[in-house]
Design a binder for this molecule. Structure first.
Ligand code: WT7
Length: 688
């Protein structure tokens, strides 16, 4: 972790938006309807955590009741010990059993619009039950056992939800890889998880084009072969139908050394619909989800069954005021490849028996008002998206949402990065009609669900603040000694007590689990470690939290976390690149963008006599990063240098590079340890 420090804030946002009465936005009631009710609930959750979480766990359906709420031996938590349950049963079968089999569970809209409108599919709980049972049987038939990790690399289609829930149904853990990642990212995640089965699709639609998912998986398979990792089976959904003629495989055909390819429709067509939900221990792994870290390879964040389900059903219910059977339609625009999609496209929403909407494609296809069209068409009541998307919508103009009837909306949510007050106000005014409360939800892959957010009927909001902790969350801003610090002072965001949705580990890497999250701050009185999120934060005079962003070497680009190391490794894998250093700089739409400082091998000069590093070389390196990691990792700016500024001990001076990337003229750091001062000048004179 880098040594950068959070800052004392100078920005003071003073506008306050009171929560509306439930009826004003179309609810019968708020689950938590006043500041006092929130205060009481939070106070109770801290005073009596076991009682509080026992009550929340009673909203989960247990196949065998738990004996103990919590066993805590920092940093290891075991929640709802002795209980047995199944996540698919909780999201699907129990609703069927309770007589809601014909209710809509999932509404899906495809991206293509040819022929008078998009394709829309609705799946009832009974259909979801039948499909997860079929695929569950297919996976069992392929030898997938309880505890195995199944990798899922799919577009945003209903079968992605089916695949995830089918894994849960048979007790296999899923590891979903975002469809925007490239083959190397697939390969390293498959190896790390020791996964033998991949579920994918021929392709997916994005902005009118086909994303060749199967091709990426095939490339990943040759990589796996070269590393001696024997992949067994690949189940391929036919979504785009672009794999034709001679390229088309027959189910059972081998790809690479050992992997067999199967068409989803062949296998599920022959499978039965009887597949009981496997009872799981509360602490059995439900899923793995890889997230970027400041060093090394992405980390496989481990979430388990009972605690995660308890936490996401509560946070979804309270933050979005979800109620079953009340005509609500919830839409989270995140891809299921990210944790937001896991918790708030699927698990948290299905647990609450509220229909969840899934949209396959881009916000600007076929035109820039697609999202508003979707909200109007399906009468969405709660809408959840990211600040980077909101800033893009702002740029496209408020005339676009104004063309559509958005009056069904009741609550708006935002997630992924701090939202700037201008974007907040625009969202509130032009999407929320000045009427809908905004919940700015702060959380992480590691926290499983929201840890700080306004409850929409209880907490007055301030644009840019995620306001107050979720009930059950003991959040604080502390100094390095673990002491809470005064108002408006920058500090470290920590959670002092365990919560059910917390990560249980980094897959296969105990050391990283401890050092990344539990190694920095301790309770000054007892010495027990606090969970540290790697975000800087401050609290204002009302106790509201203001997240200042990451203080480790990861960058949030368009709300997506990227390790500087990942991008640097991709760059240095190019034959011309000797060294690379990657930093973030503020970007109007993306929040942050990537600036890469690159030095070239002498080979470049030898092979291109007389040519200076130019735009063509930049384009080549950019394309290389997209191929190696994925398009979201593309540097916005590449700057070539003779050498990178380093300390005497050989560490790249990232803070200095950040200042240079941000165009900060004055070098704010003591540079006497620079190996070569001319390097700084060369960097600053270069480019633009
Ligand atoms: C990081 C976690 C949370 C699910 C999606 C991202 C930043 C997230 C907010 C917010 C300010 C936020 C933090 C955090 N972040 N939400 N509302 N306000 N910052 O999950 O990829 O694990 O990223 O996202 O920096 O540490 P993730």
């Amino acid at each position: 972790m880098s040594s950068s420090q959070p800052i004392d804030s100078i920005l003071h946002e003073t506008r306050l938006f009171k929560p509306p009465a439930a009826g004003e936005v179309g609810f019968d009631a708020w689950h938590v309807g006043s500041a006092q009710a929130y205060k009481d609930l939070h106070a109770r959750s801290i005073a009596d955590p076991e009682g509080f979480w026992r009550d929340e766990a009673s909203r989960v359906s247990w196949l065998k009741p738990f004996d103990r709420v919590l066993e805590w031996q920092a940093p290891d938590a075991r929640w709802f010990v002795g209980g047995r349950l199944n996540a698919c049963h909780n999201c699907v079968d129990r609703h069927v059993d309770a007589g809601f089999g014909n209710e809509t569970a999932l509404i899906w809209e495809g991206e293509p619009v040819a022929g008078g409108g998009p394709e829309v599919r609705r799946l009832t709980y009974e259909q979801l039950r039948a499909q997860t049972a079929r695929l569950g049987n297919v996976l069992k038939g392929l030898g997938v056992k309880k505890g195995d990790v199944v990798t899922i690399y799919m577009p945003m289609v209903p079968e992605l939800a089916v695949a995830i829930l089918a894994c849960a149904r048979i007790g296999a853990a899923h590891s979903v890889i975002f469809g925007g990642f490239a083959h190397t990212a697939i390969g390293e995640r498959v190896i790390d998880a020791d996964s033998r089965v991949i579920i994918t699709a021929d392709g997916g639609y994005r902005r009118g084009e086909v994303v060749p998912l199967l091709k990426n998986v095939e490339a990943a398979i040759s990589l796996l072969d070269s590393q001696g990792h024997a992949l067994r089976d690949v189940v391929v959904l036919e979504r785009t139908g672009h794999v034709k003629g001679a390229q088309r495989f027959a189910s059972g055909q081998t790809c690479g050394a050992s992997a067999r390819l199967h068409w989803w429709h062949d296998l599920t067509g022959a499978a039965g619909e009887d597949c009981p939900c496997t009872p799981m221990e509360s602490e059995d792994m439900l899923f793995l989800l890889y997230t970027s870290g400041s060093t090394g390879k992405p980390k496989g964040i481990v979430h388990t069954t009972g605690g995660y389900l308890t936490f996401v059903q509560m946070t979804a219910r309270l933050a979005f005021n979800l109620s079953p059977g009340a005509g609500q339609i919830f839409w989270c625009s995140a891809d299921i490849g990210w944790v937001t999609g896991h918790s708030y496209v699927l698990y948290g929403i299905l647990m609450n028996r509220v229909p969840t909407l899934m949209y396959e494609g881009a916000p600007n296809f076929p035109a820039n008002d697609r999202f508003w069209e979707i909200i109007a068409r399906h009468k969405v009541t709660q809408f959840y998206t990211a600040p980077t998307a909101i800033r893009t919508f702002m740029k496209w103009g408020h005339e676009l949402p104004e063309k559509h009837n958005l009056s069904s909306l009741r609550v708006l949510g935002t997630v992924g990065e701090p939202i700037n007050p201008e974007a907040w106000i625009w969202y509130h005014t032009h999407i929320g009609g000045g009427r809908c409360p905004i919940v700015d939800t702060y959380w992480q892959t590691e926290t499983g669900g929201h840890v700080c957010t306004p409850l929409p009927g209880a907490i007055a909001t301030k644009p840019g603040s995620c306001t107050l902790p979720m009930p059950g969350i003991d959040a604080a801003v502390v100094n390095e000694q673990g002491e809470e610090i005064g108002a408006n002072r920058g500090g470290l965001f920590v959670i002092r007590k365990p919560w059910p949705g917390m990560l249980r580990g980094v897959f296969g890497n105990r050391e990283r689990f401890i050092s990344n999250y539990w190694g920095r701050v301790k309770d000054p009185a007892t010495g027990e470690p606090y969970y540290f999120s790697a975000d800087g934060a401050r609290r204002d005079e009302d106790g509201y939290f203001w997240i200042q962003g990451r203080i480790d070497d990861v960058i949030k680009v368009s709300g997506h976390l990227l390790g500087t190391m990942e991008v640097e490794s991709a760059l240095v894998s190019h034959p011309y690149v000797a060294e690379a250093a990657v930093v973030g700089f503020p970007h109007e739409i993306k929040g942050n963008a990537i600036c890469a400082f690159v030095t070239l091998k002498s080979r470049w000069k030898t092979e291109h006599p007389g040519r200076v590093p130019d735009d063509a070389l930049k384009a080549e390196l950019t394309a290389h990063v997209a191929r190696e990691v994925g398009a979201l990792a593309k540097p916005e700016v590449i700057r070539f240098a003779e050498g990178l500024p380093k300390t005497r001990s050989g560490k790249i001076m990232r803070r200095l590079l950040r200042d240079i990337a941000c165009g900060v003229e004055k070098i704010t750091q003591d540079t006497t340890t620079l190996e070569d001062f001319s390097v700084v000048a060369a960097l600053r004179g270069d480019d633009e």
